[in-house]
Design a protein around this ligand. Structure first.
Ligand SMILES: [Fe+2]
Ligand SMILES: [Fe+2]
Length: 183
């Protein structure tokens, strides 16, 4: 499948999960917490892999940088609302206002992505490249799913940097995460 097909499939999955979350409000904290976790496990790996594989390839191809930077900001905004949902879960609360906000933000983001971003990508990449990117996207997501909040946030920041700085920041973060040897 091409990157476009993979992304569209995930978009539908996450919107459907958000609909379930909003509908689960009255069922109490159990389905709420399970659904918040499922949304996190869909949304964050999707966003990190999308940034690494599609957004950064577009920036490197010098294509639609403004559109891509706008999309990055929307990822950061969506993950802030997602954090609120995770906190509601930790407190055994249901917070349907945040769920509705996230659904609205993502519906807007997805419409722009499948519109402006896909149009730019189809200009920049061949069908063959789009299929290779689809495969890379599928491979990358499970790795992100296992990462914690600090790791996925550091990766978002690294993704947003210009290419020439990205690898040195990743290395810095990786080194900072290594336990220091005792002197
Ligand atoms: Fe997306
Ligand atoms: Fe996105």
């Amino acid at each position: 499948m091409t990157i476009y097909e993979e992304l569209k499939k995930d978009h539908q999955t996450v919107l459907a999960l958000l609909d379930q979350l909003i509908a689960s409000e009255k069922a109490g904290p159990e389905p709420w917490g399970r659904l918040v976790q499922q949304i996190r496990d869909e949304l964050v790996p999707h966003a990190r892999a999308e940034e690494a594989i599609l957004y950064n390839a577009l920036r490197d191809a010098d294509e639609s940088k403004d559109v891509v930077l706008h999309a990055y900001r929307e990822h950061a905004q969506a993950e802030t609302v997602l954090r609120g949902l995770q906190i509601s879960d930790a407190l055994d609360l249901t917070w349907v206002g945040a769920a509705k906000q996230l659904r609205e933000d993502l519906a807007h983001h997805i419409a722009e992505e499948e519109g402006k971003v896909f149009t730019a990508a189809k200009r920049a990449f061949s069908d063959e490249e789009a299929t290779a990117m689809g495969a890379a996207f599928v491979q990358m997501k499970p790795r992100v799913r296992g990462e914690n909040f600090a790791e996925t946030t550091a990766e978002m920041i690294a993704n947003m940097l210009p290419t020439r700085l990205r690898e040195s920041v990743r290395k810095f973060v990786a080194d900072a995460g290594t336990p220091r040897r005792s002197a």
